[in-house]
Design a protein around this ligand. Structure first.
Ligand code: AMP
Length: 214
C-alpha cells in the first residue's frame, strides 16, 4: 500500500504518518528526515542540501528522486510505504509515478492535510525537534533531552523553523507543492482531505476513518 501525504509544513504529516505506518506495518519514508540525518552526518548529500534547507527552499528534484527510488526499492518497503513530504513538485510526482510503475505498485491514496496558515505559523514557531529521532515537540525548550525512541537525543530548534524560513516554506508550498494536488486530481487518484486542526488523536481518528481503517 502506497500512501502519499500532502500538506503544508507543520500540518502534522510526520506525526500522523508515523502513526499510520505503525498501524499498517509499513515504513514511513520522509525525505526531510533523510536529508536532516545527512546534514548532521556531514555526508555529500547533506553538504549539497544544507543551504537550501536552512533557507526554507526545496532541494533539487534529482536529489529527491535518488532518495525516493532507493527507499522504495528497499526490502522493508516491499509491502508499501507512507510517503511524508516526498512529493513537493510536479516533476517529483512524475518521478514517483515512474518509479512506482516500475515496481508495479500504484498510489492507493493521497492524504491532503488541510490547515490555515496562522495555525501553521503558531505551531512551527513553537516547535523543537529531537536531533536523534526527529520527533517534534511543542512547549519544550531547546537543549532538553528526548529519550522517546530508545536513543538519547537533544531538542533543537530547526533552522527552518525560524520566522523568515517559515514564511519562505509557506510560499514554496503555495507555488511549488500546491500544484501537486491538481496533478493527482486530474489523474483520478483517490484523494482524501483531512481537517488537520485538533488533537493528535482527533486527527488520527479522522485519517483512519477516511481510509476506512478500523
Ligand atoms: P520537512 O522535514 O519535510 O519539512 O523537510 C525539510 C526540508 O527538506 C524542506 O524544507 C526542503 O528543504 C527539504 N525537502 C524535504 N523533502 C523535499 C522534497 N520532496 N523536495 C524538495 N525538498 C525537500
Amino acid at each position: 500500500m502506497i500512501i502519499v501525504l500532502l500538506g503544508p509544513p507543520g500540518a502534522g504529516k510526520g506525526t500522523q504518518g508515523e502513526r499510520l505506518a505503525a498501524r499498517l506495518g509499513v515504513p514511513k519514508i520522509a525525505t526531510g528526515d533523510v536529508l536532516r540525518a545527512a546534514v548532521r552526518d556531514g555526508t555529500p548529500l547533506g553538504l549539497e542540501a544544507k543551504a537550501a534547507m536552512d533557507r526554507g527552499d526545496l532541494v533539487p528534484d534529482a536529489v529527491i528522486m535518488g532518495i525516493m527510488k532507493e527507499a522504495l526499492a528497499a526490502p522493508s518497503a516491499a509491502r508499501g510505504a507512507i510517503l511524508d513530504g516526498v512529493v513537493r513538485t510536479t516533476p517529483q510526482a512524475d518521478g514517483l509515478a515512474e518509479t512506482l510503475q516500475a515496481l508495479g505498485k500504484p498510489v492507493d491514496a493521497v492524504l491532503l492535510f488541510e490547515i490555515d496558515e496562522d495555525e501553521l505559523v503558531r505551531r512551527l514557531s513553537g516547535r523543537t525537534t529531537c536531533d536523534a529521532c526527529q520527533r517534534p515537540f511543542f512547549g519544550r525548550a531547546p537543549g532538553e533531552t528526548c529519550a522517546e525512541s530508545g536513543q538519547v537525543g537533544t531538542l533543537v530548534r530547526r533552522k527552518d523553523d525560524e520566522p523568515e524560513a517559515i514564511r519562505k516554506r509557506m510560499q514554496v508550498y503555495r507555488d511549488q507543492t500546491a500544484p501537486v494536488i491538481d496533478w493527482y486530481a486530474t489523474r483520478g487518484t483517490n484523494m482524501v482531505r483531512i481537517d488537520a486542526i485538533g488533537s493528535l488523536d482527533e486527527v488520527e481518528a479522522r485519517m483512519l476513518a477516511a481510509l476506512r481503517i478500523q
